[in-house]
Design a protein around this ligand. Structure first.
Ligand code: ADP
Ligand code: MG
Length: 700
């Protein structure tokens, strides 16, 4: 018989109401279950003893046997410190206390063997240990202890209130005793033996009190697998149930629109990756399930044409389609490009944004409702309640990271039955992250750039070298190229940022005077029509330099622009830098990205700049970004809870994640309802996990 793990923590021996309160507030531990899932951050190996002459100046913890021969008090700036002379047969060192002097002097017996444990510092030509863990050697030898000691997560408050690591270990031991060491198994035997996973009891015992490094490794693997397995299981079940519950419109035909575009209008040969992804989308659209697909492709990989051809399939089946982009500029750009393609096909296409005039807006609303309008491009304006389609069959969202999940679902309700959804993102999400966060979406990847692209050359230059950079810009302009100069715009320091932008614009105007040079400027405070005017001048090649804030970040396509200067590059995040760089390198010419900074750089900034200089690969950049910022930040606070993992680490354990996903998929393939006897443990655990949200609330 095993204990009920949902028992409130207050009931555990050694945990009174005060401690229970602290555990709840500081570590979120409410129940036995929460406690057992409080996994150590690291372990201390206390199997080894060091001699004083073997000590090293590392940050490791050392364990030394020796005797305290004398105490002295040393006056320092504030208060006094107590210093003990500690020696063994190889040398002497000092033990130091800043608090509790009287208690220590009373408790410690001079010239008796002690075990001192802690970090060692090198100070005034001697080793010392501050606030060591001290234990009489004879007590130390009597204590049964595991070789490896766990170090649990903690907070200052816990320690101040006496719940030290030692106390936590003790509380954990109490739980093991209360449970008699018995914990129910949560993975079926057949799976465990197939994957050689140790059982739950062994795993829990050895994660908290490892008997050896080997057993610790097995315990960690088993528990990480389990955690990731059940997350994947839940995501896949969600996806499957959506597919079975939500009927999509089957687009069975590929008809005239698609075929004549493919035969007569295709402006270039599709890359193999584009073809493959189109096939995946076609298969989805043709099935009776609603498509919910994420299309990932680096900047410039050619997602737009894939989106357009998918829309043609919707039109071929008598449905409408829409494309939503995060900014006005990008919507306009999409519209201009797509309108060109639509002309020859006789397709009715319109654009709707915040700045669309009321009269035109009305026309759009009407023609949408009566079905005359076939394709609608636009911004958030598409989400307004007034926008009603006759039969929206496919909704495409460009640059997903700018839209929340809520908006994705809003598009669903534009119809009696939800349209197929294609989400496109140019900020590659590391595979592991995508699997966890978008595990309920199917994923397509364009992993190939159109042919003939030259890799963008990226360099980092200090502000001091600006004159050289300007000379370089002049050279490029004289060859007929165009140049972006981008300034950061951070909301908190908006005023200063605008000043930087305007100062920069002025100094550029001085160095690049009219009439030889024309400069465009675009920033967020301009009226949409002014922005558009300036943008258009640059697109048409009437201006050679575009000075802008990050409004141009997403999607703008000016193939003749070959130089991207990013000012104060240290203030941009990696994915933003990569996005900006993606504005160049779109034509046949060699393109350049120049990252400008001052001399003072934080370590993280340096890493970001080095990463940019080193690679053009969006997936590699995304991985580096994940390492720098952690998953929560990347997905935005809204979704940061998603990855509140207890033991697994998405970066380090990506192989376990893939392994877990593979097995979860496999099991659901043969037993989608988990009704087979051999899967009953999985079903039971899955239900428990869904019931007790406490460890499950990272799945929205
Ligand atoms: P993104 O994936 O960043 O949205 P776009 O769809 O804007 O990329 O495409 C970038 C550029 O590459 C566009 O100018 C587009 O016309 C061009 N392009 C796309 N696919 C191909 C291809 N297969 N061959 C040549 N050029 C292509
Ligand atoms: Mg795009």
């Amino acid at each position: 018989m095993s204990i009920n793990l949902q028992t409130p923590i207050d009931y555990l021996k050694g945990v009174g109401p005060n401690r229970a309160d602290l555990l709840r507030k500081e570590l979120g531990i409410h129940t036995y279950q929460d406690l057992i899932n409080l996994f150590p951050n690291r372990y201390i190996d206390r199997t080894k003893y060091y001699k004083i002459n073997q000590l090293q100046r590392t940050s490791a913890d050392f364990q030394i046997i020796g005797k305290i021969t004398a105490f002295k008090e040393v006056t320092q700036k504030r208060g006094k410190r107590l210093v003990a002379n500690f020696q063994d047969d190889t040398g002497t060192m000092e033990l130091v206390w800043f608090r509790g002097h009287k208690w220590i002097r009373d408790a410690i017996k001079l010239n008796k063997p002690y075990v001192a444990f802690g970090k060692v510092n090198w100070f005034n030509g001697k080793y010392n240990m501050v606030h060591p863990e001290l234990e009489l050697l004879e007590t130390h030898e009597k204590n049964v202890r595991s070789a490896m000691q766990p170090v649990y997560p903690s907070t200052e408050k816990l320690i101040n209130k006496g719940i030290t690591n030692k106390a936590l270990c003790h509380i954990m031991q109490q739980l093991f005793m209360a449970a008699g060491g018995k914990f129910s198994e949560t993975l079926p035997d057949n799976l465990r033996s197939e994957l050689k996973l140790i059982n739950k009891q062994q795993a829990l015992l050895n994660i908290h009190f490892p008997k050896s490094q080997e057993l610790l490794a097995s315990a960690q693997f088993r528990l990480k697998f389990e955690e990731l397995f059940y997350i994947q299981l839940q995501l896949i079940i969600k996806n499957l149930s959506r597919k079975s519950k939500i009927k999509g419109f089957p687009f069975e035909r590929v008809g005239a629109y698609f075929n004549s575009f493919f035969k007569d209008e295709l402006p270039f040969e599709l890359t193999n990756a584009q073809k493959r992804v189109l096939k995946e989308i076609r298969a989805d659209l043709g099935s009776h399930a609603q498509m919910n697909r994420l299309l990932q492709g680096d900047v410039g990989s050619g997602k737009t044409i894939v989106a357009f051809m998918s829309m043609l399939i919707a039109l071929d089946n008598g449905f409408q389609a829409c494309l939503m982009a995060p900014t006005e500029i990008l919507s306009v750009q999409h519209f201009n490009g797509l309108e060109e393609w639509c002309k020859h096909l006789n397709i009715n296409i319109k654009i709707l944004t915040g700045s669309t005039k009321t009269s035109i807006r009305k026309e759009i609303h009407e023609s949408l409702e009566n079905g005359e309008l076939q394709i609608l491009i636009g911004t958030h304006a598409l989400l307004e309640d007034k926008v009603k389609f006759k039969n929206l069959g496919l909704a495409i969202i460009d640059e997903q990271h700018r839209f929340g999940v809520a908006q994705r679902s809003k598009l669903w309700h534009k119809n009696t039955s939800p349209p197929h959804i294609l989400v496109m993102t140019a900020t590659p999400i590391p595979r592991t992250l995508a699997m966890s966060v978008y595990g309920d979406l199917d994923i397509s990847v364009i992993n190939e750039l159109p042919p003939g692209r030259k890799a963008i050359k990226t360099v980092h230059r200090y502000d001091k070298n600006r004159l050289n950079v300007f000379r370089f810009i002049k050279d490029e302009i004289s060859k007929g190229r165009q140049v972006y100069v981008v300034y950061p715009l951070i909301q908190e320091s908006e005023k200063m940022d605008y000043k930087d932008l305007m100062d920069g614009y002025e100094s550029l105007s001085r160095d690049f005077p009219m009439p030889d040079y024309q400069i465009s400027i675009v920033h967020g405070k301009m009226k949409p029509e002014d922005k558009d005017y300036e943008m258009q001048r640059f697109i048409k090649g009437e201006t050679q330099i575009m000075v802008a804030t990050t409004v141009i970040e997403v999607g703008v396509n000016v193939p003749n622009a070959s130089v991207m200067i990013i000012e104060s590059a240290e203030r941009f995040g990696l994915s933003q830098l990569h996005q900006l760089r993606g504005r160049v390198g779109r034509g046949v010419e060699q393109s350049y990205c120049i990252l400008m900074t001052g001399y003072k750089l934080s370590n993280d900034s340096k890493t970001r700049l080095e990463t940019m200089v080193k690679t053009n690969d969006g997936f590699k950049i995304a991985e580096a970004d994940l390492k720098l910022r952690g998953p929560g930040d990347i997905m935005g606070t809204q979704q940061s809870g998603v990855l509140n993992l207890k033991i697994a680490d998405l970066m380090k354990d990506s192989h376990i994640l893939q392994y877990a996903r593979y097995h979860a998929k496999n099991i659901l393939k043969t037993d989608p309802q988990l009704t087979l006897e051999k899967n009953s443990v999985i079903m039971h655990t899955y239900k428990q996990l869904s019931k007790y949200k406490n460890i499950w609330n990272y799945i929205s």
